[in-house]
Design a binder for this molecule. Sequence first.
Ligand code: GLY
Length: 361
Amino acid sequence: MTKPNISRRTVLAAGAGLAGLPFSGPLRANPHRASTGSPLPAKGAVVIASANGLRTVAKAYQEVQGGTRPVSAAIQGVAIVEADPNDISVGYGGLPNEQGVVQLDAACMDGIAHNAGSVACIENIMHPAQVAEIVMDHTDHVNLVGQGAKDFALSYGFKEENLLTDRARKIWLKWRASHSKDDDWLSPAGDEIKNADFERLYGTIHCSVLSASGDVGCTTTTSGLSFKIPGRIGDSPLIGCGLFCDNEVGSAGATGRGESAIHSGGSWLVVERMRSGDTPEEACLYALKRVVSQVKRQRTWQPRLWSEKENRPSFNLSFYAIRKDGLFGSARMIRGGDNPTYSVCDSKGARLVKGPVLYES
Ligand code: GLY
């Protein structure tokens, strides 16, 4: 087959041109319009991330203000958390699958060129979002998985590393010994690992970036559901599910139960709701309500997705969004304590924010 004669340089140049096209969706009135008619963010660049991304938003904001394209700024921001052994839901230190192997998923999307890349089930590579960026920029594919993704990363000079920290291994050993009373594993002695430590986690970090010139990009990266069946991938490496952006509208992403973000096409839905005029917060709440209506049907085949006692889904899920005019917002399914629900950075600096929830408890 003949390969299209398009170099990366051509694509990037075309992307830069696209950024100047007039906006075609019904954004609400924005006084900050470029002479091309394209809306510009009212208050400059904005970066949003999940609550574990306070350092991420600060780094990504610094990068995008320095001229780095939004998708790359997001990827540099999440690299801090991918390398942090204390975040047990992302990268190094992430909890492993049921066989004790850390398998990572990540994707990125560039609004300028409307291009995307992803890797799933990749092992021993600490920065999967950076590998996804290379898939996006240097191939005509979107998704690479497993050994193919790892070989691809190694061919670009990524180092193989052991990502299973001692703490994650101890949590996994305790989970393995505790999750059934009817097997041959004896619980490890001592109370170093508490039962709450091995509750199954979805975790994840999402980061969306809007530049001062109105371009968007995003990334989502995760170790996925802890103790998952080997080979399981969640929403994070799936475009439209764990992340989506469109330079005409804005950017969105998800953290939490990946299967629900997949079943709802959640991040795509958030962007499309913003295209129709929703604020980011309204769009995130809309997507969560869609998930609730779907779970009511799903509980017929998976009762544990619904808490009868609380009369709500039994899992958490959050969406995050930035609209092209600079408005941002997020919404979470269940508050789950008094903690902030997302991170943001703009001209006022990096901060944690408590967003709206569908269920307080
Ligand atoms: N949202 C991450 C996952 O479900 O894998």
